[in-house]
Structures are given as structure tokens and as C-alpha cells.
Write a protein that binds this ligand. Structure first.
Ligand SMILES: *[C@@H]1O[C@H](CO)[C@@H](O)[C@H](O)[C@H]1NC(C)=O
Ligand SMILES: *[C@@H]1O[C@H](CO)[C@@H](O)[C@H](O)[C@H]1NC(C)=O
Ligand SMILES: *[C@@H]1O[C@H](CO)[C@@H](O)[C@H](O)[C@H]1NC(C)=O
Ligand SMILES: *[C@@H]1O[C@H](CO)[C@@H](O)[C@H](O)[C@H]1NC(C)=O
Length: 399
């Protein structure tokens, strides 16, 4: 074989190989190819929107790649329905714009998508610190909401894994009117005193699983609103924050029931609450919250490890005085151990109008973080509660 022929063969080989390589990249949408610049300063909103539009229009699996770098982004709606499954592979850091006037609602809003994967180890940074002083919601009922970091509404069949959300302006992740979603290996962090920075808020959704995650914020690590069914929370470390909460329920008319929730193998550290169900007094309509299991939980210095509060009022005073109309039923607390920062480790304050039913306390051992004197004061409180206690329960059970 002559040298020339040999070179020709090699270049032909290269041609075939690179051709095949390009073929494998069909369905890959690198935001850099849409003029995104990861310098932390360039506004990449348009680039990300263009990459999404292109990817959303193709059949099969479309992968949006966000390489290393810091990408400044204003609010974006990643809207479906898309032709195929959408994958967002985030290696870099996405930085939320700090210009509040640019936001009408949230930061990154995923809507009407069937088949979505977000992963890659990247970071969604809400840059909330400069916005938090403008949040009036902890003080007054009528307030303008700051943008949430990541919102999923009308999303089905999704896996969100191995990503971090940091310093959101409001909630870090919000799931609404969605189903069949798994969140795995998520890290969420914001300072313990940042307002309404809930980790994950889920409402009107079904078959949602949160597993193997670490959440520390200024509000609930996970909060579950009305209309949720079949939720599973497994192996989550929570703290700082307000714990895992169902509610608050019964604030607005037309709220739907909450049923079927399992919280297991979770650890709470230094949180104000551990496992909490909260409902507003004077609910405008009747509602049910049923079928919850809380098991294999560790509490470390938690102020209210186990709490049902049907007189929930986060403000200095609430004018409503009528009892809550949210019926709480079939709630099991099993194998909960550790320490309480307050002597009232178990507090079950239910509604006079619709008492709690089927509340079970099984194998609970909560000691006081404080001295012996305080330890003597350990109590459990029950108001309008029916149910049973089994096994060893410390402090002594009130049911
Ligand atoms: C959900 O995704 C899986 C795997 O991608 C697919 O097999 C299934 O059909 C999807 N379900 C729906 C309702 O589209
Ligand atoms: C509940 O959700 C889990 C996933 O979180 C799913 O595997 C299971 O099938 C669901 N159960 C029902 C009854 O839909
Ligand atoms: C109780 O929960 C702890 C913490 O999750 C776990 O290690 C232990 O195995 C559980 N005990 C039983 C009897 O299931
Ligand atoms: C224990 O409870 C009693 C009566 O409520 C109270 O007077 C006392 O200060 C408490 N002790 C501690 C250490 O909290």
C-alpha cells in the first residue's frame, strides 16, 4: 500500500469515526452552542431558552448540557409539552439574577412535561441573600411572594437527582399538580434564619418520593400542602430548619385531602420541629389528613420533636377563633428516638370540632437535651386526641 493511499484510508477512517461521533451527539444541546457564557456575569436567559426550545422540539431523548462554569440567568419557563423526553445535565452552576423587578413569578419553572431528568452534580444558586429583607410574609398575611428556585408544575415521570439548590429567594423546590417524581441525592441549603426558604414544598401531587437527601434551611425542610397522595420520604437529614411538615392545611377554601405519607429513616438536627402536622383555625371548608406513618426517626436537640398543632398561627395574633375543620386520622409514630430541646417532647393539640382519631405512639424514647431538673419535666400533651400507645413510650404518653 502506497503512503498516499494509506493516508487516504486513515482520513477516511477519521471521517467515518467523526461522522459516527456526530451521530451519537444527535439530541445533545450544549448551552454553549446557543451562546451561553459561563463567566458569572453574562445574562444567559436567551441562550437557555433557545436551547430548551430546540431540544423540546425533537423526538426521542433530548439532552441539554450545561458544562462547568457559572451561568447567570433571569426567570425562565421551561415549558412543554415536548416531543420527547427531556434531560438536563447540569455540571455548572446556575446563578439567579438578583434584579427582583425581572421576576413575575419564579426563577426556573418547569411546566407541562412528561419525562424529565435533571442531574449532573450542578448547583442552582438563588442568590437570595439580597432579596430576603424584602420578604414580608413572615410578618403579614398579605405579602408579595419572592421567586422560588425550581418549580415543577404539571410534570409527570421525572427524576431529579444529584443536584444542589442554595440560597433560594423563597422555596427551593416546589412541586405542584404533578405525579411520579423521584427526588434523590438532593442537597439544599440556606441559612437557618432565611425567611420562607423551605426545602421542598409539594402540593396537589401524587406518587412523589424524596430520598437520600440533605436539607438545611430557614423554614420547613419538606412541607406537604393540600391535595397530596402517596408520598414517600426516606433517608433525609434535616437541619437547620422547621422540620418535615404536613400543612399548613385549612387556610383556603377548595383545598383537597392529604392521604398516604410515609416518612422513614430521617434524622433531624437542631430543628424547631421534627414531625409536624399543622392546620389553621377557622378553616373555610372540611378536609381530611389521613394515613401517615412516621418511623425509624432520630431527633437531635429538636424543640418540638412530635407535634400536631391545629391552632396554627405564625403571626403575632390571628383573628380566627373557631376550631379547625381538618380531620386528622390514622397517624402512626413508630420508633422515634433521640433528644428534645424542650420538655414537651410530644405535643398533640387537635381540634375541638373534629378530634384526631387513630393516633398511635409506638416505641418512642425522647430524652431532654437539658439538665436533670429539666428532664424531670418531660411531658406529652394531648388535647382532643383519640388513639393508642404501644411498647415503650417516653415521655409517658397522654393517649
Ligand atoms: C414514564 O417514563 C418511562 C421511562 O422513560 C416510560 O416507560 C413510561 O411510559 C412513562 N410514563 C408515561 C405515563 O409517559
Ligand atoms: C406510590 O408511589 C411510589 C413511588 O413513590 C410508587 O412506586 C407506588 O407504585 C405508588 N403507589 C400507588 C398505589 O400508586
Ligand atoms: C429504629 O430506628 C433507628 C433509626 O432509623 C434504626 O437504626 C433502628 O434499626 C430502628 N429499630 C427498629 C427496631 O426498627
Ligand atoms: C419544671 O416545671 C416546673 C413547673 O412547671 C417549673 O416551675 C420549673 O421551672 C421547671 N424546671 C425546669 C428546669 O424547667
Amino acid at each position: 500500500m502506497g503512503l498516499e493511499l494509506c493516508i487516504h484510508m486513515i482520513s477516511l477512517l477519521f471521517f467515518i469515526l467523526s461522522g459516527a461521533g456526530a451521530d451519537m451527539n444527535v439530541g445533545v444541546y450544549n448551552v454553549k452552542d446557543y451562546a451561553a457564557v459561563g463567566d458569572g456575569q453574562t445574562d444567559n436567559t436567551k441562550a437557555f431558552e433557545s436551547a430548551w426550545s430546540a431540544a423540546c422540539a425533537v423526538e426521542g431523548t433530548a439532552t441539554i448540557v450545561i458544562p462547568e462554569g457559572a451561568y447567570l440567568l433571569g426567570p425562565i419557563i421551561f415549558k412543554g409539552p415536548c416531543k420527547g423526553k427531556m434531560v438536563m445535565q447540569v455540571k455548572g452552576q446556575l446563578l439567579a439574577s438578583t434584579h427582583l423587578e425581572a421576576y413575575t413569578q419564579n426563577w426556573l419553572d418547569f411546566q407541562y412535561i412528561n419525562g424529565l431528568v435533571i442531574s449532573g452534580g450542578g448547583i442552582f444558586h438563588g442568590q437570595g441573600a439580597s432579596a430576603w429583607p424584602y420578604n414580608q410574609c413572615p410578618k403579614t398575611r398579605k405579602c408579595k411572594l419572592l421567586p422560588a428556585n425550581l418549580v415543577f408544575s404539571f410534570v409527570t415521570n421525572a427524576t431529579i437527582s444529584s443536584i444542589s439548590s442554595i440560597d433560594s429567594k423563597l422555596f427551593h423546590m416546589q412541586i405542584f399538580e404533578s405525579r411520579d417524581i423521584t427526588l434523590d441525592s438532593i442537597r439544599i441549603s440556606a441559612p437557618g434564619d432565611s425567611p420562607n426558604t423551605d426545602g421542598i414544598h409539594i402540593a396537589d401531587s401524587t406518587n412523589i418520593q424524596v430520598a437520600n437527601s440533605v436539607i438545611g434551611t430557614g423554614d420547613d425542610c419538606i412541607s406537604i400542602g393540600p391535595g397530596c397522595t402517596n408520598l414517600t420520604i426516606f433517608n433525609v437529614l434535616c437541619g437547620p430548619g422547621h422540620g418535615i411538615s404536613i400543612g399548613s392545611l385549612g387556610k383556603n377554601a377548595n383545598e383537597k385531602d392529604v392521604s398516604g405519607l410515609t416518612v422513614s429513616k430521617c434524622t433531624f438536627t437542631g430543628t424547631t420541629n421534627g414531625l409536624r402536622i399543622k392546620t389553621w383555625p377557622s378553616s373555610p371548608s372540611r378536609l381530611m389528613a389521613t394515613g401517615f406513618v412516621f418511623e425509624d426517626i432520630i431527633m437531635n436537640n429538636v424543640y418540638n420533636p412530635i407535634i400536631i398543632d391545629q391552632n396554627y398561627c405564625p403571626f403575632a395574633n390571628c383573628p380566627e377563633k373557631d376550631p379547625s375543620l381538618v380531620k386528622i386520622k390514622d397517624i402512626k409514630f413508630r420508633n422515634i428516638t433521640g433528644t428534645s430541646a424542650s420538655p414537651e417532647a410530644i405535643k398533640l393539640v387537635c381540634s375541638k370540632a373534629v378530634p384526631c382519631e387513630g393516633v398511635e405512639l409506638n416505641d418512642i424514647s425522647l430524652k431532654c437535651t437539658g439538665d436533670d431538673e429539666q428532664a424531670k419535666n418531660m411531658t406529652s400533651t394531648c388535647v382532643h386526641v383519640y388513639g393508642s400507645s404501644n411498647g415503650n413510650v417516653k415521655p409517658d404518653p397522654c393517649i
